[in-house]
Design a protein. Structure first.
Ligand SMILES: *Cc1c(COP(=O)(O)O)cnc(C)c1O
Length: 221
């Protein structure tokens, strides 16, 4: 598995306006280091503990760490000041915890609202119908800024993928046209190794790619 070659291929394919996040979960620091040397500055992790450890072991000032996995409320305190973007704001209770922890530290959290567009039981994220109440709460915050939306869509055939990506883009555009306190629809984070081509075709501007850069993950270590 050649990390540099994978990154080069992605750079050749991805349009300029699309932000590439290298998802390094389960992967060692050596792999992160290799991607870093090849110009990657955005890294995605899905677990708070693993992210914290990697921040410590690879403390580069110019890295932007992205928390892409579900964030438990009791873990928020560990990430304040460490992550540049939380992709997984998926409940009002979590929003309140982020607001309170960041407020205590005098810091501002930048977050994406995770939308469970296909309403899958197995996935986190709010339903489209819950966006308005989430937005109402965000507008009351002092230490949280929403920068866009994130979604993980069901695995399936390309046409179904495209349908969900399209729906996300419509929601994103509609919100973008309105004006809210604390909310700027800048990033639409969708697309992973298996579906990023379709995601970009439908308007994603932030893709989260793990295996397509670092190779298959081995969870049994
Ligand atoms: C693991 C993960 C990815 C990357 O998945 P790949 O299939 O390895 O590209 C993207 N987004 C989230 C939320 C993930 O947990």
């Amino acid at each position: 598995m050649d990390i540099k070659q994978n990154i080069q291929e992605l750079k050749d394919i991805l349009p300029d306006e699309v932000n590439l996040i290298a998802v390094s979960k389960t992967k060692p620091i050596e792999d992160i280091c290799e991607a870093y040397e090849f110009g990657i500055r955005d890294f995605g992790e899905n677990k708070v503990q693993e992210l914290s450890k990697k921040v410590e072991l690879f403390p580069k000032e110019d890295i932007r760490w992205h928390l892409i996995g579900h964030l438990q409320r009791n873990k928020v305190k560990y990430i304040v000041g460490k992550v540049s973007l939380i992709h997984s704001l998926d409940s009002i209770r979590l929003l309140k915890e982020i607001e309170s922890r960041y407020n205590k530290e005098g810091k501002t959290a930048e977050v994406l609202i995770q939308v469970n567009i296909a309403k899958e039981e197995s996935k986190y994220g709010i339903y489209e119908e819950q966006l308005n109440s989430m937005i109402d709460e965000v507008e009351k915050c002092k230490n949280v800024k929403v920068k866009g939306l994130m979604s993980i869509i069901p695995k399936g055939d390309k046409e179904i993928c495209k349908k969900y990506f399209k729906q996300m883009k419509q929601i994103f555009d509609k919100l973008k046209d309105r004006s809210f306190k604390n909310i700027k629809m800048k990033y639409l984070s969708m697309g992973m190794t298996g579906d990023y081509v379709e995601a970009i075709e439908e308007g994603s501007n932030m893709v989260r790619i793990g295996q397509g850069i670092f190779g298959k993950r081995n969870y049994k270590k």
